[in-house]
Design a binder for this molecule. Structure first.
Ligand code: NI
Length: 175
């Protein structure tokens, strides 16, 4: 069989309204879903990201892919379908970015450790625990499925500055 050519999806940028939508659960675990997951990983790698959520490719489904080591360790490839945060602990404040907000980076407070329950591509439930960057990535991506962006988690003043920067870039045709 010929090697499948994966579709690279265009990444939706803020302020596209799809990024503010509450996503709906994935209910069908078929080959189309598996292809979509593969396409999301590839689209994420092309965009040089470590996480991508379905609304970022204009799909309002509760589906996200993460790879905090960016292709270095295959066991870091994580598919979270219909994920739920089960437990959190501690606090970390680190800089965060998002493929839908290119060039914007701000410090965001997140839990230092998190336990997440999710389904895999076959529909099987599993639990995954993560700290530091993995905890941050999972929480950031799960936020996307609820229409929340990291700039919704910074102070109003900082958000105003970010929005002003985006407006300026839009005006200059850089956004
Ligand atoms: Ni993001």
């Amino acid at each position: 069989m010929a090697k499948e050519v994966l579709k690279i999806h265009e990444i939706v940028k803020y302020p596209d309204p799809v990024l503010a939508k509450m996503c709906t659960p994935v209910t069908v675990f078929d080959t189309a879903l598996k292809s979509l997951v593969a396409e999301m990983f590839e689209s994420m790698y092309v965009a040089q990201g470590i996480g991508l959520a379905a609304p970022q490719i204009a799909l309002t489904k509760r589906l996200t892919v993460i790879d905090v080591s960016y292709k270095k360790n295959t066991q870091d490839k994580l598919v979270l379908i219909n994920p739920e945060v089960v437990e959190t602990e501690g606090k970390q404040v680190e800089e965060e970015g998002c493929l839908s907000l290119p060039e914007i980076r701000e410090k965001v407070a997140r839990a230092a450790w998190v336990k997440v329950k999710a389904q895999n591509e076959h529909g099987e439930w599993f639990e995954v625990e993560g700290e530091e960057l993995l905890a941050r990535a999972m929480l950031h991506e799960i936020d996307h499925l609820n229409g929340v962006l990291f700039i919704d988690r910074i102070s109003r003043l900082k958000r105003e500055l970010v929005l002003r920067k985006i407006k300026k870039m839009q005006k200059n045709g850089e956004w």
